[in-house]
Design a protein around this ligand. Structure first.
Ligand SMILES: [Zn+2]
Length: 434
């Protein structure tokens, strides 16, 4: 290739003196394009002490994977000089402007990989980039850790604390969300009261104040409540709708499972014309909003609502609690919300359904926090949305689901980290744009 091609690629790679593209080799059979980059200078500044104009001691051969060129895999190669410094006496490798020290990827390639991992499962991103998953995980961890040290938490006032598990029922991880900025602030293995203290320390390291946290939205586990009292002294606790409704769903499932297991004959009689398949569709319909019912579910629920079954009463109680929350959202009045909730608790306690009697007692015990949660629009929808995003993050870590990997990918996707490398395909503002 001619001289012009080399200077074209020198410019396209953003290289500046003393670096220049010396040779370009395109191998169409191997689907590769290789760029030989050279450092033309014979003397360089010492990378260690900064002394100018020092002699080059030797050169080390290095290679970097770069963004594809059309359909060709692109590689940069260079003999990277080591400076033998006369001033400090050290021999040190000069940094290259296109890559981090020790990385076999160029900065742009890393930025692309990171961008892809925000939207794709890591395994899939690795396949598309034709690299090993491990190479991506290492970079995610590096860049997330680096970006996190620069995160500003000084304005955090409202937090939501929640737990999630990597495997059903085990390997718990606590997550703390910023409910105003809608971002993940902190994630760590465990769900003890000391977890809240760990968050408070991390908050302090990012310019935040534990005493400035005015509000914490949590589930009803005692550990977080205890931790908040100890570590976030000014935070009012509220229990969010998502978790309360989840408890009602659980109570409902318990009633149904018990009744269908022990009185299956009567259940079948009460549900009259329904066949086994239709009866099964009730299981899903009960957890859904009626607006989301399929035709079969609508038919089945029609029968359930007329049946003299504990399951039917349990479903009405669950729907009743949903109503109480929906009502509170529309009137936004604390007194009305408290009255509605009190009425529901008394209904639950008279229901003769043990799981609902227990739920009624739990809600009574946490009454003020539950009412606060009913009126708290900032947190409710968000906690629910975050839960969905965390599930996606888990899927993104499929096959590599360790706590470390999950936490790294969760920060990458939900942390709104402002100091990550930008995608190489985001265009700089065009000239003359306004
Ligand atoms: Zn030196």
């Amino acid at each position: 290739m001619g001289v012009q091609i080399e200077s074209l690629f020198t410019a396209a790679l953003g290289l500046q003196a003393p670096w220049t593209v010396e040779r370009v080799e395109l191998d169409t059979a191997k689907h590769r394009i290789d760029f030989e980059v050279a450092c033309t200078s014979q003397r360089l500044a010492c990378p260690h002490c900064g002394a100018a104009d020092q002699p080059i001691h030797d050169r080390n051969r290095r290679s970097w994977r770069h963004l594809d060129f059309f359909q060709y895999e692109a590689w940069l190669h260079a003999d990277v000089p080591r400076v033998g410094c006369m001033s400090c006496g050290k021999t040190s490798q000069t940094p290259v402007p296109w890559a981090r020290e020790g990385s076999g990827f160029t900065l742009l390639f890393e930025a692309l990989a990171l961008t892809m991992c925000q939207g794709l499962p890591v395994r899939q991103a690795a396949q598309m980039l034709r690299v090993r998953d491990k190479q991506l995980w290492r970079r995610i961890e590096h860049y997330v850790a680096q970006a996190r040290t620069k995160q500003d938490m000084s304005k955090v006032r409202l937090v939501g604390i929640d737990e999630t598990s990597l495997k059903r029922g085990q390997d718990y991880i606590s997550v703390v969300h910023d409910l105003d900025a809608k971002r993940l602030l902190f994630a760590t293995p465990g769900r003890e009261h000391s977890t809240v203290e760990q968050f408070a320390v991390d908050l302090g390291e990012h310019g935040g104040e534990r005493t400035a946290i005015a509000h914490a939205c949590i589930d009803m586990s005692a550990a977080y409540a205890k931790g908040i009292t100890a570590s976030l002294p000014n935070a009012q606790i509220s229990y969010d709708r998502f978790h309360v409704v989840a408890l009602a769903n659980k109570a409902m499932d318990k009633v149904r499972n018990a009744e269908w297991a022990t009185e299956s004959q009567r259940v079948r009689e009460e549900l009259g014309e329904l066949d086994a398949r239709e009866r099964r569709s009730i299981l899903w319909a009960m957890r859904r909003n009626p607006s989301g019912w399929s035709y079969r579910q609508t038919q089945a629920m029609h029968w359930l609502q007329r049946a003299n079954l504990k399951t039917a009463r349990a479903w009405r109680l669950k729907m009743g609690l949903r109503e109480v929350f929906a009502h509170a959202r529309s009137h936004n009045d604390a007194t009305m919300a408290a009255n509605d909730l009190r009425r529901w608790i008394s209904w639950a306690r008279r229901s003769r359904l043990e799981p609902f009697k227990q739920l009624g007692a739990t809600l009574k015990q946490h009454f003020e926090g539950v009412v606060r949660g009913m009126l708290d629009h900032r947190s409710n929808a968000f906690v629910e949305a975050m839960n969905g995003l965390l599930q996606q993050a888990k899927r993104a870590a499929r096959g590599f689901r360790t706590a470390t990997n999950f936490i790294a990918i969760a920060y990458l996707r939900l942390g709104k980290l402002t100091h990550l490398p930008a995608s190489p395909f985001v265009r700089a503002a065009p000239q003359g744009a306004h």
